[in-house]
Design a binder for this molecule. Sequence first.
Ligand code: NDP
Length: 397
Amino acid sequence: MSKLKKVVILGATGSVGSQSLDVIRDHQDSFEVFGVTANSNVNKMLQICSEFKPKYVVLADTKASSLLKEKLKSLRLKTEVLQGDKALQELSSNSESDIVISAIVGSAGLKPTLAAIEKGKRVLLANKESLVISGSIMMDAADKCNAEILPVDSEHNAIFQCLPSGYKVGVEPNSVSRLILTASGGPFLSKSLTDLGSVTPEQACAHPNWDMGAKISVDSATMMNKGFEVIEAYWLFKVDLEKIEVIVHPQSIVHSMVEYIDGSMIAHMAVHDMRLPIAFGLGWPARVKKAVPSLDLHQLSKLEFIAPDVKRFPCLQYAFDALNAGGATPAMLNAANEVAVAAFLQGQIKFIDISKIIDAVLQHFGNYKAGSLEEIMIADEKARCYADAVVRGRNIG
Ligand code: NDP
């Protein structure tokens, strides 16, 4: 009898985290929850601990973790509560676990993800921001420490499945001419630039196909998410940037495609449900039974593929430009985006100001050189301060 695989879920209270728990709930003969983390959501964490009884829980927020500790004690639950950013890294690199699911949102996911990679873990990567910030450092660490990165982002998971059997993330694949990332186009696909001026955070978060956290929903609406995915694909699959393309496919049935040099194109199709790439990563190389319902081809009336419009969605172009610029520019792109999206969600700026703030930051710093993680984090902080000043000064062009 094979032993249960011990799983750590970073960002367990979020959208990807909850769907990871769904998969484990359905496959308790194969996986167990060893550790879970969140920022401050005590109530949701209490429910998770009651149901899955993990050995460890970490909350980044110290007040919230003290409250959780009290509540767990009153329920006589034995889960050990740890707190703070350092504990996040300790749990993700704990030698007892087999798999780490990286599903914290934003740059907060970087250090715990890197800690898991440096420990040579299997890492199911949803936190794309960590690759955007420090792709070269992360991929070098994965190579050196023999970590196994498996993409959970549905597009990258699709590409991984379309690459030849035995393909290893981080190695240039043979005979590939194009990687084609599909994009749903988000909730504002058919809105004019004028209409985009008055959209609300609620509208931006109402994605037509996917139920996601607020930040990635807004990223999806601006197409910054697709820009980040271009950067993510560049690092994961080691192809030239010229070979990476984006196509809008509003139905989200084809999750991405790989074209080979002979003109063959292999596409991955499935219902849009994150439990599929999560189950894929957990079970790999075996397939997990019935991770999602079958795709009913009779129900599909059409599949459309449309060129993206970078005039209305300039963030996509900024990602290509930032990757071309190299150094700390992608990290600064991410930092500016995090500040701008948070300001939009708080009602401080308009939707169309998000791209303007990012542009202002990129213009201000130009091609910012950085090599080490420390240098990148300094650049990240500078970009945040500048973006914050632009938000507060409201001097958006
Ligand atoms: P959510 O906002 O739903 O969840 C975010 C999680 O991160 C929560 O558990 C949250 O804890 C935790 N968190 C937030 N800030 C911190 C912090 N400072 N320190 C520690 N933990 C923190 O996000 P999603 O699940 O939607 O997305 C997670 C990641 O996966 C993102 O990088 C996203 O781009 C990527 N992704 C998401 C997809 C989706 O379908 N949702 C699809 C593909 C990729 P708390 O609840 O306490 O705030």
